[in-house]
Ligand binder design. Sequence first.
Ligand code: 4AD
Ligand code: MG
Length: 475
Amino acid sequence: MRIEIAELLKGEKTDIEITVMGWVRTFRNNQFIALNDGSTNHNLQVVVDFNAMDETILKRITTSACISVSGKLIKSQGKGQTVELVADTVEILGDSDAEKYPLQPKKHSLEFLREIAHLRFRTNTFGSVFRLRNALIFGIHKFFQEQNFLNIHSPIISASDAEGAGEMFRVTTLDLNKLPKTEQGDTDFSQDFFGRSSNLTVSGQLEAELAAMAFTKVYTFGPTFRAENSNTARHLAEFWMIEPEVAFNDLKDNADLAEDMLKYVIRYAMEKHPDDIDFLDARLAEEEKQKPTNERAEFGLKEKLNFMLENNFERVTYTEAIEILLQSPAYKKKKFQYEVNWGIDMQSEHERYLVEKHFKKPVIVTDYPKDIKAFYMRQNEDGKTVAAMDILAPGIGEIIGGSQREERLDKLEQRMQEMHIPTEEMYWYLDTRRFGTCKHAGFGLGFERLVQFVTGMGNIRDVIPFPRTPKNCEF
Ligand code: 4AD
Ligand code: MG
């Protein structure tokens, strides 16, 4: 029977005959195999008696070979591990030419590992990152399911631009070398697969709103796509988003839900994989040591996460946030590259100042100017702002974006016209406002930004298995 290494290392059972399978991390002195099967970063020490072992087998126990070992699990004699496996038989399942294997048992840069993303799963760093990513996925479903939210699959191919930002990837089966034309000379999408032009979705929100108008509490968890040419450590062209939508909620309820959710899923992941958190905490501390003192983060990873769990998020309006920036020493000393005034779309330097320097914890900024936000956000009485909220996290910037929705048909139609959003095509969205409209609110959590926050990884490309970014679609 094959047993997983994480299970064995608990050391609950010894003196039993077992089989393990995994990949060789190292093989020392023809005697000690460090074996890993991905269930934990800790390797199982396998002891082989090289006098008793067939020499051809011994030679094939190389870095990253896949092997099956049967033998007796005993309490470890040496230090550094609780148990070890005394091998009776070693079977080579898959050979690995150690000389050609790109992942040598030494420290590689994250940039290099990105180029061999098909193999980086086999490193400790990515082992920890992807186990935590998995725990966060499960934790999110658990949080919503425990509160009777319905999970809705929103479509991946869509004809509408939910965010009205025009950053979409087109989906087509037309022959690009022979595009059919209309009489006006435009591309004739009536001949395309769907009989109209279509794109990969940028957000499942609008569909989630439709479902919330029947089920009250829903959430989506799906891939979303943005063709924004942003080559930053926080942007992907393909990322996963969680979008809850709740009927009868206002902006405050929405912020409460977001804060509860973040705390719940972070606690869940930390409790599920404490070893991985410890590993990444140490990794980050090591990385920070390489930086000049004034650039080092104030908190370690675990410190940061615990601090966030134990404290309330700060809540300020956009107008207050701008005031804080204008009064800041950074502004007065002209440290900001971009200008600050009421109406700006805050740049990441501004967000980071608020979160990392001023409040030193996550901040929920509400009531943004309507001109920098999407058409569906509820218009406030002042005529200038909308009931929007962004949650800004230390080291990440915007992790959540959401709002109370404009539920009043006349106001919504008027705003759509002002923003040149086609109201006829969006009849289905407007129908919810025609037939039993009500107050409702929701938000979108960028899943990879959450994984970055929990793992402390600086680059978003290192928290998704196969990142898609401008000029990069490998694997
Ligand atoms: O702020 P955004 O654009 O909001 C929406 O899409 C709304 N429809 C959400 C809603 O109210 N239901 O995106 C939401 C979040 C951002 O806060 C950010 O965390 C993440 O999605 N995000 C990205 N993550 C990685 N790469 C990108 N290019 C991202 N763009 C947005
Ligand atoms: Mg946003």
